[in-house]
Design a protein around this ligand. Structure first.
Ligand SMILES: Cc1ncc(COP(=O)(O)O)c(C=O)c1O
Length: 425
């Protein structure tokens, strides 16, 4: 892989912040090291002294005075070393990336902790996108990705998809306008990357089938583009076995995967992680060094302590409980939709995540109905156009999140909505 050809001039000139580099040295050094280098504040002057966090099932995480000082202090930009190695082991167990033992310059798997996956995604885009670049994604798409990409001035090419995700033949058709060797000529502007949410896509709830992923990966090899696998709903897959990921197929080192604890541990702690080829993760780290400096140390300690208490098995058992909950929420939202919206609207059954994407029949644009009329009836949802690059185009769809409402509330909401649709036909 020639990583240099993907990286923007802005990202290519990033250099290590000398102050941050000392933080890494201190974190790995023996306690006998006398550091007069870093401008870390004296933790004895911090007013917070200890904490006990109660965890379900009678467990707790105790922050004694010494641990509290560490948890409130600056820490390495890549994440707490123990958390990084725990997460690397997890990725190896779950995805077994072919790149684990590659030489660093040839795309060896690396990992860094980010402040939620959104922070990682934003930094990936900053690293890769120049004005005028072609990039591929399947609309409707996660609106924060669209809003992160648009200001960068790239040309977003929509890849048609259906309920099984991106359609490989449609991607082939799009790519046909280039020749594989065009990727070597910057003037040809071949697509730099494909961005997709492979499981429980936000907003459609659709998941990309494993066999399609294989075909897409082969196209990525042929036309030499990167794959950004944004997978926050990976742990919320309702069916077993879980689909193979792009990371698990990555023989070239062309996949950057964004994971997050937001959906299974806490969204407010802001702990996510990026896994990908070292030359790209290194660029992102240089960006972190001069933006947030590092993800929140206290949050990372909370996650690390919990993961260490649970072990991998305990973590996956927790994930199973969370998935069971969302599956029953999904079943409840489908029951309410069947009861009230049959004949008025249509939808696919989500196999992961927390969203139901509904298409109204006979109403070409849902914006006014959802934003104004439904709100007047005290039902809040998102109109479909929020998930398109051209948000001014009419959309008959709307997104329902089934994460946080009770089955009774879903029933009432869809009853009100059904009435509204009938009034507006
Ligand atoms: C598709 C997708 N990507 C990324 C994120 C960001 O998640 P976080 O930054 O909390 O990890 C979300 C959040 O809803 C999402 O739906």
């Amino acid at each position: 892989m020639n990583y240099a050809r993907f990286i923007t001039a802005r990202s290519a000139v990033r250099k290590t912040s000398p102050i941050r580099a000392t933080a890494d040295i201190v974190s790995k050094a023996p306690k006998s090291l006398i550091s007069l280098a870093a401008g870390t504040p004296n933790a004895n002057m911090f007013p917070f002294k200890s904490a006990v966090i109660t965890v379900e099932n009678g467990n707790s995480i105790k922050f004694g005075e010494e641990m509290m000082k560490e948890a409130l202090q600056y820490s390495p930009s890549s994440g707490l070393p123990k958390l990084v190695s725990w997460l690397k082991q997890l990725q190896i167990k779950l995805h077994n990336p072919p790149t684990i033992h590659y030489p660093p310059s040839q795309g060896q798997m690396d990992l860094c902790v980010t402040s939620g996956s959104q922070d990682g995604l934003c930094k990936i885009f900053e690293m890769l996108v120049d004005p005028g670049d072609n990039i591929l994604l399947n609309e409707p798409a996660y609106s924060a990705t669209i809003q992160a990409l648009l200001p960068l001035g790239c040309n977003i090419i929509n890849v048609p998809s259906d309920k099984y995700g991106i359609i490989p033949d449609s991607l082939t058709e799009i790519l046909c306008k280039w020749k594989p060797e065009d990727s070597k000529d910057p003037k040809k502007n071949t697509p730099k990357f494909l961005y997709t949410v492979p499981n429980g896509n936000n907003p459609t709830g659709n998941s990309l089938r494993g066999d399609r992923k294989k075909k897409i990966y082969e196209l990525a090899r042929k036309y030499d583009f990167l794959i950004i696998e944004d997978d926050p709903y990976y742990f919320l897959q309702f069916n077993k076995p879980w689909e193979p990921t792009f990371l698990s197929m990555d023989v070239d080192g062309r996949v950057v995967r964004a994971d997050t604890f937001s959906k299974v541990l806490s969204s407010g702690l802001r702990v996510g992680f990026l896994t990908g080829p070292k030359p790209l993760i290194e660029r992102i780290l240089l960006h972190i060094q001069v933006s947030s400096l590092h993800p929140c140390t206290f949050s990372q300690f909370m996650v690390l302590e919990l993961l260490q208490q649970w072990g991998e098995e305990g973590f996956l058992a927790h994930v199973q409980r969370v998935t069971d909950f969302y599956r029953s929420q999904r079943d409840a939202v489908l029951a309410a939709a069947d009861k009230w919206l049959s004949g008025l609207a249509e939808w696919n059954v989500p196999v992961a995540g927390m969203f139901l994407w509904i298409k109204m029949k006979g109403i070409p644009d849902t914006e006014q109905l959802i934003k104004e009329k439904a709100l007047k009836k005290e039902v809040l949802m998102l109109p479909g156009n929020a998930f398109y690059v051209d948000s001014s185009a009419p959309s008959p769809y709307f997104r329902v999140s089934f994460s946080s409402v009770s089955p009774e509330q879903m029933d009432v909401a869809f009853q009100r909505l059904a009435q509204l649709i009938k009034e507006n036909l």
